[in-house]
Design a protein around this ligand. Structure first.
Ligand code: NAP
Ligand code: HSE
Length: 428
């Protein structure tokens, strides 16, 4: 009998419980052993729950689970950093395997927790921390056995992709769409992490650390969220046959292992409306990996929510039980590499809402000073323009010099081409 201690019984934890209850007999046949959730940690014992749990199964005392000698696997699904890190560390120290869905602790402590697990001869798996139900961590670990990965790009947050889809396709306001995403269990306890891109920065940093075998620091990743995008922007994107997506992008130079040139960003990007990324809607995620041998691969699926995330957690549990968790050392270099945006370039969409018309000449001066060529699309209320191809460094430098409050502008890099017909229509 394999005994599991479940920390947390919210969206993810309850999903894990339900799958294990439902598939118990299948798992017995598959593994030749029974799996049982023997204790569940919650913070509020009196909370009304959708699933009927025997009162003896739940506790608000983490040590009843973490110090129980008969528990083999700890599943952490409480979220946050402080308690989760403490409990996961203690679980490994107490010779238990650990599965977590918590990208915040994985992004911050991945190297340390993997080293502790290795020392203890235990598994520390975190498939659910990136891409919900997409088996991206496992696929990446398999990929790096043969390939040098040079780029990781993805729509990695279900909540923001859901919000942008609802704003674009159903004309919902930002707040209406966010409220819906929260109800569906997609958003973090504090949705700021979703909206401002920090959740994607953590996921990108986890993938980059594995792909480039070097610990990357999510705090160094340039990170911009989706809250500057207005209804006016969305209608302009439609006219240009473009769609906005919050994209995490990490690239290394050809000589990365010598020059350590690494660019990474989380930002809303404009993609052609008939591109693969544009077709990823609602809470779906996509990850693109570029390998030197295999070429480009796309991984697509549900990026958030109860069943898909719980599926990833249970899959890790099954791997632990069947012994399929011993991969070669994941992080070879313990130095953390700084991330810039030097390797990115593109045309940019820029909307500025000048506080007064007098600011417009200053904006044009600044564009000229930075040698940024542009075409004006609209100058009615807001100034909207498209730049020529420039480096991301140039654009970031220009934006800093603008010295405007964040509510007053929106700028997005464009990937792919704008059809000249569309361009002409918008300009006419
Ligand atoms: P959630 O619905 O808020 O559930 C959290 C659960 O943990 C609740 O049962 C809560 O107890 C319990 N809890 C929280 N802090 C605790 C503490 N200090 N001590 C004891 N129990 C505590 O969260 P969730 O959406 O399931 O997310 C859990 C983790 O999975 C997070 O790290 C999240 O980032 C990650 N994740 C979520 C999704 C998703 O789609 N939701 C997808 C991938 C990864 P009560 O029930 O008593 O309040
Ligand atoms: N809040 C996260 C998202 C959950 O919306 O993608 C899945 O990691």
């Amino acid at each position: 009998m394999i005994k599991i201690g479940l920390l947390g019984f919210g969206t993810v934890g309850s999903g894990v419980y339900e799958i294990i209850e439902k598939e118990k007999n299948n798992f017995r046949t598959l593994l030749g052993e029974e799996i049982e959730i023997s204790k569940i940690l919650v913070s509020d014992l009196n909370k009304k729950r959708n699933v009927n749990l025997p009162p003896t199964l739940i506790t608000d005392n983490p040590y009843e689970i973490l110090n129980a000698p008969d528990i083999d696997i700890i599943v952490e699904a409480i979220g946050g950093v402080k308690h989760a890190y403490k409990y996961v560390t203690l679980a490994l120290e107490n010779d238990k395997h650990v599965v977590t869905a918590n990208k915040a602790i994985v992004a911050k402590y991945m190297d340390e927790l993997l080293a502790l697990a290795e020392k203890k001869g235990k598994g520390f798996l975190f498939e659910a921390s990136v891409g919900g139900g997409i088996p991206i961590i496992k696929s990446l670990k398999q990929n790096i056995r043969i390939n040098k990965i040079t780029q990781i790009k993805g729509i990695l947050n279900g909540t923001t992709n859901f919000i942008l889809s609802k704003m674009t396709d159903e004309n919902l306001s930002f707040n209406e769409a966010l409220e819906l995403a929260r109800k569906l269990g997609y958003a973090e306890a504090d949705p700021t992490d979703d909206i401002e891109g920090y959740d994607v920065a953590r996921k990108l940093s986890i993938l980059s650390s594995i792909a480039f075998k070097t610990k990357t620091n999510y705090n160094n990743i340039m990170c911009r969220g989706i809250n500057s995008i207005s209804k006016l922007d969305i209608s302009m994107f439609k006219k240009l046959s473009l769609k906005v997506k919050l994209i995490g992008n990490a690239v290394i130079s050809d000589n990365f292992f010598i020059d350590k040139e690494f660019s990474a960003s989380v930002e809303p990007i404009l993609v052609n409306e008939n591109s693969t990324f544009a077709s990823v809607n609602d809470a779906f995620n996509i990850v693109s990996l570029m390998g030197d041998t295999v070429g480009e691969q796309h991984f697509y699926g549900h990026g958030a929510g109860k069943n898909s995330t719980a599926n990833a957690v249970v899959s890790d549990i099954l791997d632990l039980i069947s012994g399929e968790y011993k991969f070669s050392k994941l992080i070879e270099n313990t130095i953390t590499i700084p991330a810039g945006v030097k390797l990115f370039k593109g045309k940019y969409y820029l909307r500025v809402a000048p506080a007064s018309k007098t600011q417009i000449p200053k904006i044009f001066n600044l564009l000229n000073k930075n040698d940024i060529k542009y075409e004006i699309i609209s100058i009615n209320e807001d100034l909207i323009l498209l730049t020529e191809l420039i480096s991301a460094d140039t654009m970031e430098h220009f934006i800093k010099q603008l010295k405007l409050s964040h509510d007053n502008y929106c700028y997005l890099r464009i990937e792919g081409k704008i059809e000249s017909k569309k361009y002409a229509e918008v300009l006419s």
